[in-house]
Design a protein. Structure first.
Lengths: 190, 773
């Protein structure tokens, strides 16, 4: 479970990053220009569907929900299908459902790395982002693809790659691969 | 050989002998700086456990490091850079943690591997397993599901259960992978030293290494380093005492020299006065170094202060030297009185050697040996080194004035009685408030640093030790089993609001019995596989994915139970503070937090039926312990007074004469105590030692003040000069910033003054012996 936490956070972070990224679509398509736009991130809400392919299960699991990012550091993920649950990260605390006592994100090494990567993104700090991830951006503003490889061994244990694709200002899909063949595909609904 | 030539030879020989003593000291003396020397050594196992727990426990070995200033990123970088730098000194540090990944990696793996022995589990039935699998599926079907593949190796959540106790101590918050303070104004690190937090040299080295590493990391930045923890306090307290003592000693020496120079009006007697002191000091130091494995710095400092009284002996000899008299003749005349005064003082100091405080024993030996050597040097060596000395004429004038003063004082004898009665009444009214039983009263630590450490400790979530349970047993398994038996009681107490939390070793390392019970409850591989097949009906799990789970349960079934020795260092470090061995007994501590109803706790413990559990309020228990030691010292002092009386009666050949000396002295001690309590100083153990010094000092004054038939040609001025130097010396100390030094300085200077005045008031007027020769 511990190693599971970072995965969805990564996605949450990327969704919010990419959504805001879309606003800056007309600039030259480089990583620094992407990050530049993140400084202007405002409150944002999207809906998503997701499919988890787990090696130990006979069939994939489908889930659905919404996520909201509020600057500077609040992420709320509300899952509605197959069951209801709310995950909230405020600063470095993680709250599940209505828990008033949060768990320190620091308990989850992978999570820590992603949160720090996320903060690097939001602050537009390319150095910090590339410190945590090897970033490859391909395609153009019309159809692009961003692949992230975690640099930290702790993070690599939970996530091997995160691939984000988009079309112009439209975020399309986030695919996350974990070790041992598990992977998930998240579609962002327009 | 003329006397002058002989004096030269004696001086040379003496210098040679002293040189040999210094060489011997350098060879033999191992200076140990542990402040614990002044902590009680005997008492019940519980009491000893308490002392050991407080002072040898893991908590005392932690240095709390806080980096402030500059930007958060700079602090984080500095924190991260410090860790590898400090790791280089693995001989000094056992643990360096800044909240980074390295801190937890080792033991998560351990906890995962041994999860089925560490975590409690009530049922392995099909129904329980089915509920577990449904819970697991819910997690897999959540945004957290992807990385949760490991859950299939542990569907019952045993790993989370075995991590739980470690999560309770929440520790500091983390930002960017390093620990930060609550308001994110500082980066925090935790450094554990190998040596005791009370070992001055080791802690000084540790603190220096941290500072040095920080200086390297923080070069050209505006970062600040703050250090807290027992080790930092030990070093600061030591430096503070040393610094204070240094400055005060210089002032002290200058003032005393000025007084003696004013009296003697020439240099040679001043220099000669140092001979007994140096002889006594070196002899005492060498003796202590040979007798004890470690010579504490405190003994050296405090002891030298005590035998500083030896400055009186040459003064008694020299001031009694008549105009045409050899110093040797004067020494012979004052000899009996000198030896009697010395004997009284040595008896006083010797009482310390039978105490149970290692520090006091050493101090007693040091002071006794030093005084004997100093008195002998004044009596026999001084006359050889300085065969003749001609007093200035001014001394006769002082002598005359002293006589007049004595006359005035003798008329005021009733004042002593009144003051004494008032003091007794006052002390009786104050009752227990007379004594200060706080350990902090004995601590020379700077209060600001203590506060800083307190604040840092709160940031780190290090529990303030206020109440604990001490569980004693013949071995580890017994105390662990008793701890386990106590848990239901403690849980109930927490529910009832008697306390808010507890922490015990059993939570991290279950007793062998508990582990075996858990093993017995584990199903066999075939049983578990069959139950899983039934439990997973209707759920999408592939049965083969449970293979790691089956393997782990099987391994746990046949594994040897976990013992203390098998634990990884990080876990052992945590348990070390909670589980220890004292004199062949195993002792477990249960740290209690937020204790609100101590009476309810005591009651519940009695009802629990668990044997050998003691509820201890740390502050009060330590205070009571110190009180006991002080009382023992008081009793020993009473015996000492009796011995002094016997020796005096023998020396003076008069019982009334002895009473005449002792009673005013007793009055002086009582009034001094009353005075100290009145101005708000409770009396501590060290005050009692200071009072012993007063008794010895006063005895000297009394012997030389009145006509006791001991000395022919008594000089009334001599005790006044001695009292003046003592009062100056200790008076200077009363201005020290360290409360401990201040209190002792005040006690002795006030006590010496009162002893002088009181014994003078009741001294026998001169008969026919007259003054001057």
């Amino acid at each position: 479970m511990i190693s599971g936490m970072p995965r969805w956070v990564a996605r949450v972070l990327w969704v919010s990053m990419i959504s805001s990224m879309a606003q800056a679509a007309e600039r030259p398509w480089t990583l620094s220009s992407l990050l530049q736009t993140l400084r202007h991130t405002t409150s944002h809400k999207v809906r998503f569907t997701e499919t988890n392919h787990i090696a130990g299960l006979k069939r994939p699991l489908h889930l659905r929900g919404a996520l909201r990012y509020t600057p500077p550091s609040t992420l709320v993920m509300a899952q509605s299908v197959p069951h209801k649950a709310v995950y909230r990260i405020v600063g470095d605390r993680l709250y599940v459902n209505h828990a008033t006592r949060g768990v320190s994100v620091s308990r989850y090494p992978g999570l820590v790395a992603i949160v720090s990567g996320f903060e690097g993104l939001l602050s537009g700090n390319q150095a910090l982002l590339t410190h945590d991830f090897a970033v490859t951006l391909s395609g153009d503003a019309g159809a692009w693809r961003l692949v992230l490889h975690p640099r930290l061994a702790e993070l690599r244990r939970a996530v091997t790659t995160v691939t984000v694709t988009g079309r112009g200002g439209q975020l399309v899909e986030i695919t996350t691969h974990a070790p041992r063949g598990d992977f998930s595909v998240m579609h962002i609904l327009p | 050989m003329t006397p002058t030539q002989r004096a030269r030879v004696v001086v040379l020989v003496w210098l040679g002998v002293m040189g040999v003593l210094v060489l011997g000291l350098m060879r033999e003396a191992r200076l140990g700086g542990s402040l614990t020397a002044f902590l009680p050594r005997s008492g019940s196992i519980v009491q000893r456990a308490l002392v050991q727990g407080l002072h040898k426990g893991e908590a005392a070995r932690l240095l709390l490091v806080s980096i402030t200033g500059a930007t958060a990123a700079a602090r984080e970088r500095a924190s991260a850079a410090l860790v590898p730098l400090l790791h280089r000194h693995s001989r000094c540090f056992t643990l360096i943690a800044n909240g980074g990944h390295g801190t937890t990696r080792g033991f998560t793996r351990f906890l995962f591997r041994h999860r089925y022995l560490l975590a409690p589990r009530t049922s392995w039935s099909v129904a329980a397993l089915h509920a577990d699998l449904e819970r697991a599926l819910a997690v897999l079907a959540s945004p957290a599901g992807l990385g949760a593949g490991r859950m299939l190796a542990d569907p019952t959540g045993a790993f989370m259960a075995s991590v739980k106790p470690w999560l309770r101590n929440t520790g500091p918050a983390t930002q960017d992978g390093v620990w930060v303070s609550r308001h994110h104004k500082a980066a925090l690190l935790l450094v554990e030293t190998r040596q005791s937090g009370f070992s001055v040299a080791a802690q000084r080295r540790a603190v220096a290494l941290v500072r040095q590493a920080f200086a390297q990391v923080a070069a050209k930045t505006t970062l600040h380093l703050e250090l807290g923890g027992t080790g930092a306090i030990t070093v600061a307290a030591n430096d503070r005492v040393a610094r204070n003592a240094q400055v005060l000693t210089i002032i002290d020496v200058l003032l005393v020299a000025a007084i003696l120079l004013f009296v003697y009006r020439s240099w040679p007697p001043l220099v000669a006065s140092l001979v007994p002191l140096v002889t006594g000091g070196l002899t005492a130091a060498l003796t202590a170094a040979l007798l004890f494995t470690h010579l504490t710095v405190t003994t050296l400092g405090f002891g030298t202060m005590l035998i500083g009284v030896a400055m009186d002996y040459p003064a008694y000899v020299l001031l009694h030297t008549g105009r045409s008299e050899h110093v040797a003749a004067a020494a012979r005349r004052v000899g009996p009185a000198l030896m009697l005064a010395m004997a009284a003082m040595v008896i006083g100091f010797a009482t310390m050697t039978v105490s149970h405080l290692a520090g006091l024993v050493q101090l007693g030996v040091f002071a006794s040996v030093g005084l004997v050597a100093a008195a002998l040097a004044a009596r026999f060596l001084l006359p050889l080194m300085m065969p003749t000395w001609t007093q200035g004429s001014s001394l006769a004038v002082f002598d005359q004035r002293a006589h007049v003063a004595m006359g005035v004082l003798r008329r005021g004898g009733w004042v002593v009685i009144v003051a004494c009665i008032a003091a007794v009444l006052f002390l009786a009214a104050e009752g227990r408030r007379v004594w200060d039983n706080h350990v902090s009263a004995l601590s020379p630590a700077p209060p600001a640093l203590m506060r800083q450490t307190g604040a840092l400790a709160r940031e780190f979530g290090v529990p303030g030790l206020s109440s604990l349970l001490v569980i004693v047993g013949s071995n580890r398994q017994v105390v662990l089993a008793r701890s386990a038996a106590l848990v239901p009681t403690l849980v109930q107490l927490r529910k009832a609001g008697a306390l808010t939390g507890f922490d015990l070793a059993e939570r991290y390392l279950p007793s062998a019995a508990v582990q075996r019970r858990r093993q017995r409850a584990l199903p066999t591989r075939a049983q578990l596989a069959a139950r899983l097949r039934v439990a997973s009906r209707g759920l999408p799990f592939r049965l083969r994915s449970f293979r790691p789970f089956l393997r782990a349960v099987h391994a746990a079934r046949v594994a040897p139970v976990l013992t203390y020795a098998a634990l990884p260092p990080a876990i052992r470090a945590r348990i070390a503070a909670l589980l220890t061995t004292i004199h062949g007994h195993s002792v477990a501590f249960v740290h209690l937090t937020g204790v609100r109803k101590p009476a309810a706790i005591v009651r519940a413990l009695a009802q629990s039926g668990v044997k050998d559990v003691h509820f201890v309020k740390v502050k009060r228990a330590v205070g009571r312990l110190l009180g006991r030691y002080r009382n023992a010292l008081l009793w020993h002092s009473a015996w000492a007074v009796l011995f002094i009386a016997l020796v005096l009666t023998w020396g003076l050949r008069s019982f009334v004469g002895t009473l005449r000396l002792l009673l005013p002295m007793g009055a002086a001690v009582l009034v001094t105590c009353a005075f100290l309590v009145l101005i708000g100083h409770g009396l501590t153990l060290l005050n009692v030692v200071a009072l012993l010094l007063i008794v010895g000092l006063g005895m000297g004054y009394a012997l030389f003040l009145g006509d006791n038939g001991l000395i022919h040609g008594r000089r009334a001025v001599a005790p006044w000069v001695c009292a003046a130097t003592t009062m100056t010396g200790f008076g200077v100390m009363a201005f020290a910033q360290v409360p401990l030094l201040q209190s002792v300085g005040l006690t002795v200077s006030v006590g010496a003054l009162l002893a002088l005045l009181f014994t003078a008031a009741w001294s026998r007027p001169d008969g026919n012996s007259g003054s001057g020769v």
